[in-house]
Design a protein around this ligand. Structure first.
Ligand SMILES: [Zn+2]
Length: 265
């Protein structure tokens, strides 16, 4: 009788070892791919949490946005948030990547050095915010008697505590400008609204035609009126037929110079 309990032959052992080896070779990348996916997902979730915190902080305090800079490490941002009283659990990349701020003109994002993807938070500039509020105000009062520019500006000013917001020009001489909405009543379209700014501390409701600075809502840029020699002209008289013609003029004329501004309270 043949011994049925005989061991494996060398060939059988080799075959088994080779098969196990093949399985392991296939399984390790599958497992590590899965692990990478899990870590990438966890990282994306942490970056989203970080972005949400940043968005909330900006909503609570405009100046927080100004304090963020492109490339700022997340740790410093987190430190600022903690300093302001936010309760922050550890937000970090599970693969050891480092988080930092990516700041564009109209967006803020939290990026990872090891993982990509994830959305930006769109940031509304104070200019866009004021314009949006004024357009909503116009829309709510459409068709009422006295819905012309000066009446609407006047009422809006009153409702905002008799205050216009203020700003300075970056790289300028520190002059404070108050900025205000203007509605081109002739068009009867609340979208034909833009902002202008003039020297002032924000308490002045003067309906004058002097427009040293205008805001182009189409590209969210402030333009300063300059003389032919390039020096600022605070006493130019300007009017535009509608938002589009404003955009066309300021973005092409040498008498309007695009400027960056810093928003004050
Ligand atoms: Zn990461």
């Amino acid at each position: 009788m043949k011994d049925s309990r005989r061991g494996f032959t060398v060939v059988e052992m080799v075959v088994v070892i080779v098969i196990i080896g093949l399985l392991v070779a296939v399984a390790i990348p599958v497992v590590s791919n899965q692990l990478e996916k899990v870590q990438a997902n966890a990282c994306a979730g942490d970056r989203e949490a970080a972005r949400n915190l940043v968005a909330a902080a900006i909503q609570l305090d405009d100046s927080f946005l100004g304090s963020l800079y492109d490339g700022e490490p997340w740790d410093t941002v987190a430190g600022q948030l903690r300093g302001a009283g936010a309760y922050l659990t550890d937000i970090s990349c599970p693969s050891g990547g480092t988080f930092s701020i990516e700041k564009g003109d109209h967006s803020v994002s939290v990026v990872c050095s090891k993982h990509t993807g994830g959305g930006d938070i769109d940031i509304e500039t104070p200019s866009q915010g004021l314009l949006k509020d004024f357009i909503s105000y116009l829309e709510a009062h459409q068709g009422q008697p006295n819905s012309d520019n000066s009446s609407m500006r006047g009422k809006f000013f009153e409702e905002n505590g008799n205050k216009w917001p203020t700003m300075t020009i970056d790289g300028g001489d520190g002059t404070v400008y108050q900025y205000e909405p203007f509605f081109q009543t002739n068009t009867r379209d609340p979208q034909n609204t833009w902002l202008f700014a003039r020297v002032g501390d924000g308490t002045n409701l003067l309906n004058s035609w002097y427009v040293p600075l205008v805001y182009d809502p189409i590209d969210d840029v402030w333009y300063q009126r300059v003389r032919a020699n390039g020096t600022p002209d605070n006493y130019s008289i300007t009017s535009f037929a509608n938002t589009q013609s404003l955009h066309d003029e300021v973005s092409t004329s040498r008498l309007w110079k695009a400027v960056r501004v810093t928003y004050l309270k």
